[in-house]
Design a binder for this molecule. Sequence first.
Ligand code: XIL
Length: 338
Amino acid sequence: MASGCRAAAQPDIAVPPLKSLAPYRVGTCAMTGQLDDAGWTRLALTHFNQITPEWEMKMEYILTPDGYRFDAPDRIASWCDSHGMALHGTTLIWYSQGEEAFRGLSRADYGQRFDRYIAAVAGRYAGRVRGWDVVNEAVAEDGVGLRSHHWSQNLGDIDHMRRAFDQAKQADPDAVLFLNDYNLENNPRKGATFLKLVEQLLKAGAPVGGIGSQSHLNIEIPEGRISAFIHEAAQFGLPLHISELDASRRREGGPPDVRSVSFRSRQQFDRVKELTDAYSRLPEQQRYGLTLWGVRDTDSWLRRPPHDDGRDSPLAFDASGQPTTVARALSESWLRSQ
Ligand code: XIL
């Protein structure tokens, strides 16, 4: 707690604490190594009031050949408790994880292991997490239909998701249970398929309690798409979580990007502000929170291989902890919406 008080008193931060401006939770992601980094903790405690473990609450970390490994997620959860930070869990079922650990099982064992994993993980953090990303990235990359993977092949397209939501509900009845995905704003077809899936799951009786949009934005997204998606998604009346916000200034692939720094900066400001404005206009009970996918640019997954160009500035603070264009877009949006 002492370090939290010191953090708030630091004079060198040029924007007010982000969490003091937003009328809802402002989250970031964390890995255990960062909890020992004074620069990271100072910014995290000053500006954020919710944590999503970046990697160490995922199946790839927790599930080992010998059972479950909870040391790292437990440490993040305790850190949250002792610093008054809310905790958001991610992710129980993700197409990209678990294939090896579940390989070779009979259909019955596969289903049992699936249920046991969710019961163990969601049960362990019951009462401590506000919510869970129960199913992550279910929609196909091109937005046409759903992904096919080992979970869907063994337990059925819709059925494996319904089962995951049911298990999570049993294990933690009070957590908000999210279907979470990305490129929902950038790709309207994917956004539409995702919202259709929410509808299908609800019709099938799955206890979907929230809609998570990762919002890994970029400066190519045409004006109006982000707010259009948020508006559409809000029609279910469920809480929405902006779950992994960052805003790349890069264009992946193609010819050299000759656009000026000031142009890219303006585009980035406008897209982040569009998102934040649209999110802040939702009814209060639908604003679960807005989570940035990291604290400093250098903490971002976009600044690691294979994405890293050594320059991208997708987050709210630069390497030395100074606020970036993203921080200015967020604060301007929140100050104007007050
Ligand atoms: C990424 C993390 O940032 C990495 O540290 C980890 O190795 C893999 O996952 N979509 C998601 C997130 O749902 O969980 C991903 O996070 C980023 C893309």
